[in-house]
Design a binder for this molecule. Structure first.
Ligand code: NAP
Ligand code: HSE
Length: 433
């Protein structure tokens, strides 16, 4: 076939940071394959940045306009698809809304925006009959968005359990395997381009929460407001707890999960103990993994690079190709109703899991008995209880692993033990997957 006369798909690219540069690099590196698949080439026409003088990781051709004027992307009739890779909420929302209003398909990697203002943007895209695609917003190169939207569309999804943040997983792996201090591991993740511009989103669990909200929308056809999702980050994880967990046969991982409980959803993001026999326990570095259980498919596990320039760009290119294919009817959320209803949640107090509790206590008679008594009174059954290490300033660590118990029972135990004079403040509690 001679494609010489076929116009390229023209991209207006907002953002030339880690992912934007990765996109330019992948479009160049794989140009022949992309053209073979699409029957057209893909060309970046205009690039929006904040700082025109900043050095860039990629070289753009002289034909590419680099600008600080966001309107240049949406008013140009030659631009077919606007690709938003700048992050943040307000400017990104404004750009995407303008692009859709101007009749352009949009690709974005911005999970924070999709979690917070996705319903408005999906409604607008549906009204305009345009595509708003976001494979890169969840788990980097891992094709979980398309998997939920299309490949598993014939299922009722029973659960999704994922390691959804590369930075957090990189930090926990580096602390566990190399004994790196938390701050050094975070600095390295930032240097490698894994972290968000505001890395507190990664370490406080909110980036994983944003992704979980996007996945819940795809799997269950409903919107979950961020403020209703229980979220805990990894700043509470210490080398000591990583070591204790390992001695019990567990890794500590930041897990985002949702389960269908008779139509209501039980969902949250927490650092959790994951038994070393589970595949998720062996996901290392900036890799992500998502386990989806469909009621027809059974369990499926996807694993791959969750962050970084080329892996994330791989997902962006997939969306560009999907939108550029002739005759495509955009399938944004995978559901026909717009706006989608709000998710109904199981109260997080009712969440039932096993638990890990690490007390630092005075090394004296009766302590173990007092804690065990409180657990018994609140119906928490102990699976293992171990005193760890040598006394330091008269205090020792005692670690409990419990059988399954609702979180409200553990909160009641922690309230009791918090008032016991022989227990140091700062008891550590993690759920066990
Ligand atoms: P980044 O390295 O900080 O790059 C952001 C780019 O956007 C920069 O080029 C910046 O311009 C430009 N920009 C930001 N705000 C702008 C504004 N108001 N007007 C014009 N240009 C603006 O970010 P990134 O890591 O590539 O991430 C981009 C998006 O992808 C975010 O939504 C992020 O959550 C998402 N994401 C990132 C990864 C990853 O591994 N990094 C993976 C998946 C998804 P200047 O360079 O001139 O400052
Ligand atoms: N900061 C994100 C992470 C980028 O570390 O997973 C990928 O979404």
């Amino acid at each position: 076939m001679n494609n010489a006369a076929v116009a390229p798909v023209r991209i207006g690219l907002a953002g030339l940071g880690t992912v934007g540069s990765g996109l330019v690099a992948v479009l160049e590196k794989n140009a022949d394959w992309i053209e073979a698949r699409l029957g057209r080439s893909v060309a970046v026409k205009t690039v929006l940045v904040r700082d025109l003088a900043k050095p860039r990781a990629v070289t753009l051709g002289p034909e590419v306009l680099v600008t600080t004027d966001a309107d240049a992307l949406v008013t140009d009739p030659d631009i077919d698809i606007v690709v938003e890779l700048m992050g943040g909420i307000d400017a990104a929302f404004g750009l995407i809304a303008k692009a859709l209003n101007a009749g352009k398909h949009v690709v974005t990697a911005n999970k924070a925006l999709l979690a917070k203002r996705g319903p408005e943007l999906f409604a607008l895209a549906a009204e305009k009959g345009l595509g708003l695609y976001y494979e890169a917003s969840c788990a980097g190169a891992v094709p979980i968005v398309e998997t939920l939207r299309s490949s598993l569309a014939g299922n009722r999804v029973q659960s999704i359990i994922g390691i959804l943040n590369g930075t957090a997983n990189y930090i926990l792996s580096s602390m566990s395997e190399k004994g790196l201090p938390f701050a050094d591991a975070l600095a390295k993740a930032q240097e490698l381009g894994y972290a968000e511009a505001d890395p507190t989103l990664d370490i406080q669990g909110f980036d994983a929460a944003h992704k979980l909200i996007v996945l819940i929308r795809l799997a269950y056809g409903c919107n979950l407001p961020l403020e209703k999702l229980p979220v805990e980050g990894i700043t509470v994880v210490t080398p000591e707890d990583i070591r204790f967990a390992r001695e019990f046969g567990y890794a500590i991982k930041l897990i985002g999960q949702v389960r269908d409980c008779d139509g209501k959803l039980a969902a949250g993001v927490w650092p959790m103990l994951v038994h070393e026999d589970f595949l998720l326990a062996s996901v290392r570095g900036a890799f992500n993994a998502v386990r989806v259980e469909g009621n027809a498919s059974g369990p499926i596990m996807l694993h791959g690079k969750g962050a970084g320039d080329l892996p994330t760009a791989s997902a962006v290119v997939a969306d560009i190709l999907a939108l550029a294919r002739d005759g495509m009817i955009p399938n944004n959320t995978g559901f026909r109703t717009e706006p989608l209803p709000e998710a109904e949640l199981v109260a997080s107090d009712d969440f039932v899991t096993p638990h890990y509790i690490h007390f630092t206590v005075k090394d004296q008679a009766g302590v173990m008995a007092a804690i065990s008594k409180s657990m018994g009174e609140h119906g928490v059954s102990i699976r293992q209880a171990v005193q760890k290490g040598e006394p330091e300033d008269g205090y020792v660590s005692i670690v409990f692993l419990t059988h399954e118990a609702p979180n409200r029972a553990i909160d009641a135990v922690l309230a009791d033990t918090g008032a016991m004079p022989f227990i140091k403040p700062g008891t550590v509690h993690f759920r066990v997957l």
